[in-house]
Design a protein around this ligand. Sequence first.
Ligand SMILES: Cc1cc2nc3c(=O)[nH]c(=O)nc-3n(C[C@H](O)[C@H](O)[C@H](O)COP(=O)(O)OP(=O)(O)OC[C@H]3O[C@@H](n4cnc5c(N)ncnc54)[C@H](O)[C@@H]3O)c2cc1C
Length: 410
Amino acid sequence: MENRKTLSTRVVIAGGGPAGMMCGFLLARAGIDTVVLEKHKDFFRDFRGDTVHPATLNAIYELGLFDAFRKVPHQELRDIAAEIEGVPYPVGDFRHLPGHAQFIAIMPQWDFLNFLAEKAKALPHFRLLMEAKAVDLLASGDRVTGLVAETPDGPLDIAADLVIGADGRHSTIREKAGFKPLERGVPIDVLWLKLPRQESDPEAALGRVSAGLLFVMIDRGTYWQCAFVVPKNGFEAIKAQGIEKFRARLKTAAGFAANRIDAIASFDDVSLLTVAVDRLPQWARPGLLCIGDAAHAMSPVGGIGINLAIQDAIAAANLLWQPLLRGKPTLGDLNRVQARREFAVKVTQGLQVAIQNRIIAPTLASTAPVKPPFVLKLLKAFPILRTIPAYMVGIGVRPEHIHAPDRANR
Ligand SMILES: Cc1cc2nc3c(=O)[nH]c(=O)nc-3n(C[C@H](O)[C@H](O)[C@H](O)COP(=O)(O)OP(=O)(O)OC[C@H]3O[C@@H](n4cnc5c(N)ncnc54)[C@H](O)[C@@H]3O)c2cc1C
């Protein structure tokens, strides 16, 4: 008989992204033995969003880690703006937000995850297994009792009172649990690319809009992280037309940065984000809970996926640390996480889908000059109103606060 390696813990979390790392940290801090599995050997990989929003920063403050966080190199974004047919419109101003952070921190996601991992690894109840890929669930009857991981040392069976699927929008855990997401139709995809930044460039994050073009630029210090929005499955047609044609469109889209499009030498410098918006009707079954993108993939509109994933993690820890101290959480305990978070997810996805369908798709299809929506004129005329979009993006619906206690060293 094969001599399989085994491990026993209270909670095993598949996925060391923002949701998994934050949830693992909070549960271990509350004194619950937690193992987080990450399939990659480090956090250093493709761009997946670099935004740490005020709601997340408030949680970091509540954890007493705000000063340490701000020592990690980052930029602090206080304004978002749009430029329509060359005319600038201020959209969001974070300076008047309630709470401890009046900015979005722009920090490479791997630095943020390394920061969380470093803090978590100092806790006696936390264990992070890198290069450990969850491939299947262990079950006894209907109840999930653990998972199977592939590791460099061979397969590992991990028994746990709770399995958390935080393995992102292509989640293995949700598939093995038999969960099927409800998908919302999405009319767009996004091409990500980088353009050099110059000292004289504006400081705000910019959405540049003109007939048939939508281009977002996020200041990353030495470069602009840019999103070129295309119709769904439009990248193949763009590639078929060739790089020169794409660069010509990029030149129009990039405005003040048009003189730097040489940075895009080929389509190797462009990566495709296939935009998906979906949501599980049921996030839990006995012994298992999905959170973050595994429970609901978000559109890139507003750049709020990381924040929502973190808010799920906080809610899960708030609601589950006590049941876990008592023993195995019941399905009722797990369903309370979905009940707490689903409203925020539905409202946010509803807004994202409305923006995609009513603003972004018609803009991409238009050949006539784009007229600014009335709301942008209002925001230009009344600066105080700019706090509202900043609140929606930075704090969002139903922000969570840390209630799971620090019992780490008991
Ligand atoms: C190109 C791109 C740009 C984006 N830009 C932004 C942005 O600007 N702002 C924003 O807020 N959001 C952005 N997002 C979305 C954001 O990345 C996600 O919403 C967020 O990371 C979700 O966090 P998560 O922890 O739920 O999942 P993920 O971040 O996807 O993390 C899942 C983790 O699980 C690991 N994993 C997967 N399968 C397994 C397995 N079987 N076993 C073990 N580990 C596994 C993965 O390697 C990964 O580390 C972007 C996404 C993409 C793809």
